[in-house]
Design a protein around this ligand. Structure first.
Ligand SMILES: Nc1ncnc2c1ncn2[C@@H]1O[C@H](COP(=O)(O)OP(=O)(O)OP(=O)(O)O)[C@@H](O)[C@H]1O
Length: 725
């Protein structure tokens, strides 16, 4: 170190004395610069700009730091607040106690026999125990040990102690024995016989208990606890990683972030609930699509495993509910309306139960309903149940259409106002007449509500419970239920008209007390026109095959949001997604066991309620719908020929519509050009040709219209066919 210093000093001295000419390179001690970049870095002139920060520092929120956003958990668990659940628990406790008492009461003689059989062994054990106590047997091993060691002093000490102990115990036994004999004699003389027998029974019971082998209790077990495995985070993680989703496997692999459980797994109703944060990029929908595999991974029946998206959080949050029992086999709590209680359609009524066995209510008033599913999943049962609920409000007028024609809605015959079965022409024409009448009723109601609103009697411009109850106003609920509605909408001749009326009923009906319930097994654009599917406010979708049908019934983007009725299994009969007015989708099972005979019973109660209220009408009292209306097809063509003169070979549709309204305001009043186009289409007449004409200002223009000759040709042909027979 000092040597180095000397060298350095010499070199410095040489430098001082040197001239610029004989300058030489000196090796001065320098520190090595680590950063090689600085040696080569170019110097660029300019301002120093801070790099843009991607992650911004957390900004302080205005206001005090004490106020935080948090999710407060309910103080009382839901079962304690829910009357239904509380009642169910109380009913279970009473049932359990009753069963246990009855079970043991029946087996009493067996128990007595078992006790008596064990008394000798109990007596023997008692005597053996007393003898051991009297002879101080517990000290025997210690005394023997001291004898073996030949420790005389200790042995003597222990023997003296044993003698004292035995003397005291013998004295105590003699005293207690004498007292016992005295008590026995006194008791025998003075105690009532019942008490004496009770004492004997108690003594025998005690001896029997003493004599019982440890593995064979006297009483048999009244109930077998059905044990369901506890849901653990390990089980959930294992099941998720068996789904074959690569992001989950990565997350579960070495160095992965794993699967998050933001809340502890807890009991929820009759099952376990796990809130799961799935790995980045995995959505709840991905898991729902693999429900069957998930059930296999959890080693539970499919009907117990219910993954759902938690839309209140983020797309990767899943709520996994694993029931103790298969939802389709679990006993459903009894349906409050089965015994025919009168209902108010303005109030929510029990429609079905969720996975947890809680009733889910549905308010039929101010809504329209679409039910969709593949065949045999419980669509008709759901429709019939809704119609039965409606029937239990005696004010409601029912129009029931079973277009499949198998009589599924026949139980409602005794309460319904109009009843249609099958798809033959006469039935379809009856339906057309009925729906035309309903459209007129819709218009009447709209006008009446407007008038009532002006008088301050309809504050929300819709039917209120008071208004519906006033018979003079005729604003009672009208409920129309149509099973296999695609038969109507696909009808060659009347399809468009029926679809048009139904769209109107779906859009304007709910506010005016007209509720349309449509069920279809083929939910596509043709069987459920988009005008209807886009406007229904309550949707119930049992199992369907694909995303299109799913969204057709449940609403646009529902599949993407994780509401997937495609995940239901074939055995999930009556189980579907219910999307009510403004509420999140939930899984609901309709009332189980509400088959034909059960529905007949409910309908009989409903009829009794209607008889009392004096509201039975139409089909229920044997009246048939008056379908003797002019045939729209014939009249329309003839009416058009009447209003479009022969001198006008081509005419604008708007002109024809205005003239038709003048000719027959009761039929054509309010018709639009589109309606005329739709009505002419089944006849093969094009009413959307471009027709040159003169408008009200005398200017020439092209507008939509038709050729008079097209109509005349069809009428002539029809007349010719009629004449031919
Ligand atoms: N809530 C329920 N619980 C259990 N089973 C049910 C439930 N609802 C319906 N089912 C069963 O589902 C089966 C099919 O019901 P339903 O006749 O209503 O089906 P569907 O979809 O209307 O069939 P289709 O298209 O042939 O008319 C019935 O046998 C019925 O017992």
């Amino acid at each position: 170190m000092s040597e180095q210093h000397t060298n350095d000093t010499q070199q410095a001295d040489q430098t001082e004395g040197a001239t610029p000419d004989d300058a030489q390179v000196l090796h001065l001690p320098v520190h090595r610069v680590e950063d090689t970049e600085t040696e080569t870095a170019e110097v660029i002139e300019g301002e120093l700009v801070e790099p843009a920060q991607v992650d911004q520092p957390e900004k302080r929120q205005p206001g005090t730091e004490l106020v935080r956003t948090e999710k407060r958990l309910p103080i009382l668990p839901s079962w304690a607040k829910n009357v239904q659940e509380f009642r169910e628990a109380a009913r279970w406790a009473a049932g359990y106690t009753g069963h246990t008492v009855a079970f043991h009461a029946v087996r009493c003689p067996v128990y007595i026999a078992r006790v008596l059989a064990r008394v000798p062994r109990g007596s023997f054990r008692l005597i053996r125990g007393m003898a051991a106590w009297l002879t101080d047997s517990e000290g025997r091993p210690v005394r023997s040990a001291s004898a073996r060691r030949e420790d005389a002093a200790e042995y003597l000490k222990l023997s003296i102690q044993r003698d004292h102990r035995i003397r005291a115990r013998v004295l105590m036994t003699v005293g207690l024995g004498a007292a016992g004999i005295a008590a026995f004699l006194v008791g025998r003389a003075m105690l009532p016989e019942m008490v004496q027998w009770a004492i004997v029974a108690g003594a025998a019971g005690g001896l029997g208990w003493l004599g019982a082998p440890a593995d064979k209790p006297i009483a048999s077990r009244a109930v077998e606890a059905t044990k369901v495995p506890k849901l653990t985070s390990d089980a959930v993680s294992r099941a998720l990683s068996a789904l074959g989703i690569s992001q989950i496997n990565q997350a579960m692999g070495k160095g992965g972030e794993g699967i998050g459980f933001p809340k502890p797994i807890s009991r929820d109703g009759k099952g376990w609930r796990a809130d799961v944060d799935l790995p980045y990029g995995v959505t709840a929908g991905d898991i729902m699509d693999r429900r069957e595999k998930l059930a296999s991974g959890l080693r539970r029946p499919l009907g117990c495993v219910w993954p759902e998206a938690d839309n209140s959080e983020h797309a990767g949050r899943m709520v996994l509910w694993v029931g103790d029992q298969d939802m389709r086999k679990a006993k459903q709590p009894s349906w409050a309306l089965r015994s025919g209680k009168q209902v108010d359609l303005f109030q929510p009524q029990p429609f079905g139960t969720d996975q947890r066995g809680r009733w889910v209510d549905l308010r039929l008033m101010f809504t329209s309903v679409a039910i969709g599913a593949i065949p045999r999943m419980g669509k008709t049962f759901a429709l019939r149940e809704l119609l039965l609920i409606a029937a239990l409000d005696p004010r409601a007028e029912l129009h029931t259409y079973d277009l499949k024609g198998t009589g599924d809605l026949d139980p409602l015959e005794k309460v319904t106002h109009v009843h249609g079965v099958g798809d033959d022409e006469a039935e379809i024409e009856k339906a057309v007449a009925d729906l035309r009448g309903l459209r007129e009723e819709l218009r009447r109601r709209a006008k009446l509500i407007r008038d009532l609103a002006k008088q301050g009697l309809a504050p929300e411009n819709k039917v209120t419970p008071d208004l519906a109850s006033k018979k003079s106003l005729k604003l009672h609920p009208i409920v129309i239920g149509v099973d296999e509605c695609q038969v109507w909408f696909e009808h060659e001749e009347y399809g468009e008209e029926l679809a048009g009326i139904c769209t109107d009923l779906v859009k304007r009906g709910p506010a005016l007390g007209i509720i349309l319930i449509l069920a279809t097994q083929r939910p596509d654009a043709k069987s459920l026109p988009t005008g209807i599917s886009a406007n229904v406010s309550t949707r119930f979708c049992l199992k369907v095959q694909g995303q299109t049908e799913n969204d057709m019934v449940l609403g646009t983007s529902k599949y993407k949001q994780g509401v997937r009725a495609t995940t239901f299994a074939w055995a999930d009969k009556g189980i579907g997604y219910l999307v009510g007015e403004g509420s999140d989708a939930q899984i609901v099972r309709t009332v189980a066991g509400l088959d034909g005979p059960a529905a007949e019973k409910v309908a009989a109660y409903a009829r009794a309620l209607r008889e009392k209220a004096g509201t039975l009408s139409g089909h229920a009292i044997g009246e048939t719908l008056d379908t003797d209306q002019p045939d729209r097809k014939d009249t329309l063509l003839e009416d058009l020929l009447a209003v479009v003169r022969e001198t006008e070979p081509k005419v604008w549709s708007e002109t024809a519509v205005a003239r038709l309204a003048e000719l027959r305001p009761e039929i054509y009043g309010g018709w639009e050009v589109d309606q005329l186009t739709a009505a002419l289409k089944p006849h093969g007449i094009k009413a959307n040709r471009q027709i040159w004409g003169t408008d009200e200002n005398g200017e020439g223009r092209n507008r939509r219209g038709f050729h008079r000759a097209d109509i005349a040709e069809i009428v002539t042909e029809r007349d010719r066919q009629r004449e031919a027979g």
